[in-house]
Design a protein around this ligand. Structure first.
Ligand code: UDP
Ligand code: MN
Length: 766
């Protein structure tokens, strides 16, 4: 029993021990479980946070990317060929060059697809400014046959190591490519530096006329496939010529790179100081061209000039099948040496296959040397044609005469005192190739009128205008350049072009109705074509990789059949009437009020121009200002709101043609007036009119041609800025609130009389 009891006691202890142990175990287990749950949760949480952060980060990245893309949208579009795509193309070109002798394998391209951005493909024969969004297929062909199979020409492309123009390794490569393609000259032969050909300038042979290679106009459009449209119609896909186009590096051809006479006067575009003992001769000849004509005559007509392009330009690529161009020079009494230098600069620095012809339009010059002598000289240059107009047409119609006979696909207009720089042409044609609605202008560099040096101009300049349609240059701000990631080679959109130098697709030029033939002699035509291009669907760009020097003169060296000032004013008024809509008041309002007087100015018939604008469905001038030139200040009225009289301390009112004074109240429409650009004090269609003779005032329907409705106010020229002044001849009178009767009257102006001082609520312009 005792043994049994002992056994039980010890087993109770054991049991107790087991019990206590299991309780402790349970507690520990629970604690561990809690810990591990907490741990897992925190792990899960952390993972979630990380994932979320990652998500946020990628989203943010994506958003930034999208934002960047949208900000840089314009730039990307503009750079489609010279930027990203160029890299791909260069890369592919390298491959293609490496595999020179192997056929291009399309499979390679498929297996290694290149992202290509949407770009605007030029559409032949389409409506003005019609875009076609296409996904181009990048197919790199062997360099296209550029018809450079005339070895004599190649021999004249002088490759001079130390020349600025050609001191680029890529140039030789490009030429070698051409030679290979032409198959006439061995690479080894060509790598040798070629001797300079000594030839008197008037015997320079021109390149035999060559048809442009594979240009879309000469190529038959053959169906290359068929596809189904959304409504299940079969359409044939034609080879427009642009999709399959190959590309090459811009040709930096320059036949003057190793000049015949390196020590020639003004050679390499250097400044020349004429010795002071020859000052009299300089002076004597100056007025022939309003520049240093005496010095110009001593400078070789084929002088070399520095390659002023931004560095990256020489490595840009352009399409092999660019359109050909007719270069049109119009001139009246141009100086012989500058005319010749202009022509030779085109011949010497343009790829021959792209230069269809040079057309010289003599606008009825009076100088004898511009007749037979010119014809004889140009007869030795097969690409040059001279047209002598039978009567003076003026620059605008002379250009149209040139365009009418032009055979190239693109018209390139140039002034007759320019020097085209290395590689000037292809970048212009490339832009038109990309989109035939683009009008491409070179950067206009400066040839000094005094020392005839060739001067590089700053980058990022664009053509703008100020009121009253005065052309000017304005640099894009650093901020804009940075924000849009502009590089020195990117095309710059231009509200207006300078006018003298540009390339335009010939068919597009005619679709736009060419120039207004009613524009006389010179002036305003650059505004006309600029507004027309932008408002009717096109674009104007300055192409920094294309550079042409121009002699800017202080005066026009030719006569204006009518008064110069009047001719230009009339031209501008025509442009304003056709294109400016309600903004034409700003043109007249900036010093051209007198043009509105019908007895002073007859702008001629505008019906054809107005019809043209309707036919082309061109956008409004407001659209142009909002979208193309938002920087321009263009408030539609000069001032508006209440018209407060200082002396009376009341406001002017008008109801049913009756004028009165009342307590000022902005909510009363009867107290609302505009002070317009035409100097009218206006309420809707009614204007305040004076009769100077009778010294009376009345309310009349507004009429822009009536000077009796013009009141001078806040004019910077006036000594009485607060007054409302009328002017007849030399007499002045001022609008006055008669204190006693609270009526309006005209009175002799008195600077200190507060009853003659007026204030509008808002002033938008001085
Ligand atoms: N021009 C012309 N007929 C004229 C007036 C000008 O053919 O009635 C030519 C002129 O010889 C020049 C071009 O048009 O080649 C532009 O004129 P200009 O150089 O005087 O203009 P700017 O460069 O001063 O704007
Ligand atoms: Mn000029």
């Amino acid at each position: 029993m005792v043994a049994c009891w002992r056994y039980l006691r010890s087993s109770r202890r054991v049991l107790g021990f087991v019990f206590v142990a299991s309780v402790i175990w349970l507690l520990l287990d629970m604690a561990a479980l809690r810990l591990s749950i907490g741990d897992a949760t925190s792990h899960l949480m952390a993972a979630k946070v990380i994932r979320d952060r990652e998500l946020v980060a990628t989203r943010k990245e994506k958003v930034t990317q999208l934002m960047d893309e949208s900000v840089a949208n314009q730039v990307i579009r503009d750079r489609e060929l010279v930027g990203t795509r160029q890299e791909k193309v260069t890369q592919l070109m390298d491959e293609s060059v490496a595999n020179q002798d192997q056929d291009f394998d399309e499979e390679d391209e498929k297996s290694n697809p290149q992202p290509v951005k949407l770009y605007r493909l030029r559409k032949k024969g389409g409506k003005a400014g019609n875009d076609q969004q296409v996904q181009p297929k990048l197919v790199v062909n062997k360099p296209a046959n550029l018809s450079l199979d005339h070895t004599p020409l190649l021999e004249t492309f002088l490759v001079k190591k130390d020349s600025i123009a050609l001191n680029r390794p890529d140039f030789k490569d490009t030429i070698i490519e051409f030679v290979k393609t032409a198959g006439n000259t061995s690479i080894q032969e060509f790598k040798e530096e070629l001797p300079v050909k000594e030839r008197p300038i008037n015997q320079i042979e021109d390149v035999p006329a060559q048809g442009p290679p594979n240009t879309s106009s000469t190529k038959e459009e053959t169906p290359i496939g068929a596809m189904l449209t959304n409504d299940s119609k079969i359409v044939h896909v034609k080879d427009s010529g642009s999709i399959k186009a190959g590309v090459h590096q811009v040709l930096s051809l320059d036949m003057t790179a190793s000049p015949r006479d390196p020590n020639g006067v003004g050679q390499f575009g250097q400044a020349v100081v004429v010795p002071s003992e020859q000052d009299a001769q300089v002076k004597k000849r100056w007025n022939e061209g309003y520049f240093n004509v005496y010095l110009s005559e001593q400078i070789p007509v084929d002088r070399a000039i520095p390659d002023t392009r931004p560095k990256i330009c020489a490595s840009n690529v352009v399409h092999d099948d660019l359109p050909s161009t007719s270069v049109i020079f119009c001139f009246v009494d141009e100086v012989w040496s500058t005319l010749l230098r202009s022509v030779h600069s085109v011949l010497n620095r343009s790829p021959p296959h792209l230069l269809k012809e040079i057309i010289l339009v003599d606008d009825f010059s009076q100088k004898a040397y511009l007749k037979d002598q010119l014809d004889k000289y140009m007869a030795d240059l097969p690409k040059v044609r001279v047209i002598h107009l039978k009567e003076r047409q003026g620059l605008i119609r002379a250009r149209m005469a040139g365009a009418a006979v032009a055979e190239g696909e693109v018209l390139t207009f140039l002034d007759s005192h320019v020097e085209c720089n290395v590689g000037w042409l292809e970048p212009l044609l490339e832009r038109i190739y990309v989109d035939r609605g683009k009008v491409a202008c070179p950067v206009i560099e400066v040839i000094s009128d005094e020392d005839l040096s060739y001067k590089l101009v700053d980058n990022f300049q664009r053509g703008i205008f100020n009121w009253p349609l005065v052309f000017g240059w304005k640099a894009l701000s650093d901020e804009y350049v940075k924000k849009n990631y502009l590089t020195a080679a990117d095309p710059i959109r231009c509200p207006v072009m300078a006018g003298g130098l540009f390339s335009i697709d010939k068919t597009y030029f005619y679709e736009l109705g060419a120039y207004d033939p009613g524009l006389e002699v010179w002036g305003g035509e650059n505004m006309e074509i600029s507004f027309k291009v932008w408002m009717c669907g096109g674009e104007i760009e300055i192409i920094p990789c294309s550079r042409v020097g121009h002699i800017f003169r202080g005066q026009n060296p030719y006569t204006f059949p009518k008064d110069r000032r009047k001719t230009v004013e009339r031209n501008l008024a025509r442009v304003a009437e056709v294109w400016l809509d309600e903004y034409k008041d700003l043109f007249y309002g900036h010093g051209y009020h007198h043009l509105l007087d019908s007895d002073v100015m007859d702008v001629g018939d505008l019906s054809q121009q107005v019809k043209l604008r309707e036919r082309l469905h061109c956008k409004s001038f407001k659209w142009y200002l909002d979208n193309v030139y938002p920087e321009l200040e263009a408030p539609l009225v000069k001032a508006e709101g209440l018209v407060f009289n200082q002396g009376l301390r009341r406001c002017l009112g008008m109801q049913d043609g009756v004028l009165f004074f009342d307590k000022c109240n902005l909510t009363h429409q009867s107290q609302h007036f505009n002070y317009t650009w035409l100097q009218q004090v206006r309420q809707q269609q009614r204007c305040l009119e004076h009769s100077f003779k009778q010294s009376s005032l009345s309310v009349e329907p507004c009429n822009r041609t009536r000077s009796a409705q013009r009141w001078l106010h806040k004019s910077s020229k006036s000594k009485l800025p607060e007054h409302l002044i009328v002017e007849t001849g030399s007499k002045l009178a001022c609008l006055e609130a008669a204190p006693k009767f609270r009526i309006l009257r005209l009175a002799p102006c008195n600077a200190d009389n507060p009853f003659q001082q007026w204030q509008f609520t808002h002033y938008h312009a001085e």
